[in-house]
Design a protein around this ligand. Sequence first.
Ligand code: ATP
Ligand code: MG
Length: 313
Amino acid sequence: MRVAFVGKGGSGKTTMSALFARYVASQGGPVVAVDADINQHLALVLGVEEPPEPLGSRLTEIKELLRGDNPRILSAQAMVKTTPPGRGSRLLSFKDLATSEFAVTTSEGMRLMVTGPFSADDLGVACYHSKVGAVELLLNHLVDGPGEYVVVDMTAGADSFASGLFTRFDLTFLVAEPTRQGVSVYRQYRDYAADHDVPLAVIGNKVHGQSDVDFLHDQVGDDLLTWMDHSSAVRAMEQGRRFALDDLEPANTDALAMLLKHLDAQTKDWVRFGRQAEEFHLRNARSWANAKTGLDLADQIDPEFVYGGCPTT
Ligand SMILES: Nc1ncnc2c1ncn2[C@@H]1O[C@H](COP(=O)(O)OP(=O)(O)OP(=O)(O)O)[C@@H](O)[C@H]1O
Ligand SMILES: [Mg+2]
């Protein structure tokens, strides 16, 4: 199952992604954590000193791997971030992803991948979306199942709508602080998610008491799944103290358990994944990718391909 953490800048996406990934690992679940933000921070919060080589810097290699011998994709250059798999493409199992050379192992045994920072070299050459494109391509080719967890820390705000990336998850957690600004991204995301049939749950964060909880209930209603209190353990970690999950306040650990329960309760919807892979690919083809590649990228859609191999009809 794939889960994304989204929300306003500074709301706690990275903190929550890291805590959730740690919690899942502590429960025995295999985890691949992915930093899909160009402001790379997840490795630090997970205590990884040597982050892996960024996916964004090996995009061509990733494309070569994924296109396999799909006759509809003749070169890595013809492959864009939304190019969907077809017959002949290299599909990835969760194990393939977890054991890939693009990941490193954290001290808690999970695997970490990173998109890569936005560097001066990117200016005028490629926008950062092409870096995040590596994550989209991997998720587009991933055939995962229950009990396997891909946890993705996303870019701030509504940036992820620029591509189809936000549709590649079984569940999206929107992290919101109990302030007007904090819930503003929620409204944008809610409308977009509803239009695209994307399951969404709100996690309140840095909550300071009942009035904060009341505010969140009032603003978010039934979309509020749970909340994390402002945590001294998280603050101490930010101050450089060593952190273990046991240091977390029990109420916050309960919140993490709630997140996992909710994720496990989701049903994989390969039919939606397939429909949206096609929809966003056609949309990107028309708006920029046909012009960029000089090809009609609609031809890359293989009508005979069954997404995920096991449609839920
Ligand atoms: N529950 C919490 N208790 C205490 N501090 C928290 C909590 N959640 C997040 N923080 C702190 O808030 C700050 C922002 O958190 P974080 O970096 O996770 O946000 P983000 O949404 O990933 O930000 P960005 O948009 O910059 O990527 C950090 O200093 C973090 O330690
Ligand atoms: Mg962050």
